[in-house]
Design a protein. Structure first.
Ligand SMILES: C[S@@+](CC[C@H](N)C(=O)[O-])C[C@H]1O[C@@H](n2cnc3c(N)ncnc32)[C@H](O)[C@@H]1O
Length: 283
């Protein structure tokens, strides 16, 4: 059989195992024989097209990803299951970092443009909108986006939604504030410098960048819901990226977290930096 069949077979076998399903289990959910699953996984046959929507739902990936293996928007994100629930997984209170940005600007927020990278369900994005910012909320998760829309309707404050993958996202605008809270660990190590350079370049002179990132510490256990596409930062990484900006805050601390319903801790680094000069590439 051709390569495409083999690749498809390997992909669904690996996704099935990641989910902890046996061939029997998935065959009963799809109402096909276990032999059919075995044939797909060995690259000897493809499923009926009509089964693809259900298969993609069971394996928590888009049909696009199922067929091509390409990581793209629509691929189920790590929090999709939680975002599909009625409750707001991260709550609706803004983060302390978001509140501090507003304090620093002392009310001078009207019509300032802000990009929130990895907005989740929108708790910070909507707060910023409420404080007068024009907010672009960038998020990869489809259920996350739905939650942002829901919160926007409930609160009466709107944000511009960018349903996109932060990796390689081409910004076409300049911002007064570039913000992220607990999301930049999804940037692979080799791509970080490029992305931070872009964030700095796309910030207006006098504008702010603010991030909360997760730092690796030998005395803090890995969170139970840490995914294989999440990568720690090291102490000092953020200070180095922003070494040529005015640093308004840069500190590490240990925070408590209850994501996945399991109490655990994170070592985090928060930074708020102001652009005081035009940024040169690679600095
Ligand atoms: C820990 S949550 C933080 C959410 C939000 N910033 C908050 O503090 O409530 C990280 C968010 O990053 C999003 N994310 C993960 N990978 C992404 C990517 N490649 N592009 C855009 N968003 C991504 C996840 O879907 C998730 O909503």
């Amino acid at each position: 059989m051709c390569n495409t069949y083999n690749e498809f077979g390997r992909r669904i076998a690996s996704l099935r195992k990641e989910k902890g399903y046996t061939q029997e289990k998935i065959s009963s959910m799809l109402n096909v024989t276990p032999q059919a699953i075995s044939k797909w996984e060995q690259g000897n046959a493809l499923p009926d097209t009509l089964l693809l929507p259900l298969l993609s739902k069971l394996l928590n990936v888009s049909i696009d990803y199922l067929l091509t293996g390409e990581s793209s928007v629509g691929k189920a994100g790590p929090y999709d299951g939680e975002y599909q629930k009625e409750a707001f997984y991260w709550g609706i209170q803004p983060s302390e970092l978001a509140e501090q940005i507003v304090d620093i600007l002392q009310g001078d927020t009207a019509n300032k443009r802000l990009l929130d990278v990895g907005s989740g369900e929108g708790r910070d994005a909507i707060y910023f909108a409420k404080c007068g910012f024009q907010v672009d909320a960038l998020e990869i998760s489809t259920p996350g986006i739905e939650k942002i829309k829901q919160y926007s309707q409930l609160s009466g404050y709107s944000v511009n939604i960018l349903h996109a993958d932060m990796i390689g996202y081409e910004m076409s605008e300049d911002y007064d504030v570039l913000y992220s809270h607990g999301s930049l660990q999804f940037l692979p190590l080799e791509q970080r410098r490029k992305h931070f350079d872009k964030y700095k370049q796309r910030t207006k002179l006098g504008g702010l960048n603010a991030h909360l990132i997760f730092v690796e510490k030998p005395f803090v256990k890995m969170a139970p819901d840490w995914e294989k596409n999440e990568f720690f930062y090291q102490s000092g990484d953020l200070a180095r990226y922003y070494h040529d900006w005015e640093i308004l805050r840069c500190e590490e601390s240990i925070i408590d977290c209850n994501s996945a319903g399991v109490p655990h801790r994170h070592a985090v680094n928060r930074i708020i930096a102001r652009k005081i000069n035009a940024t040169r590439d690679g600095f």
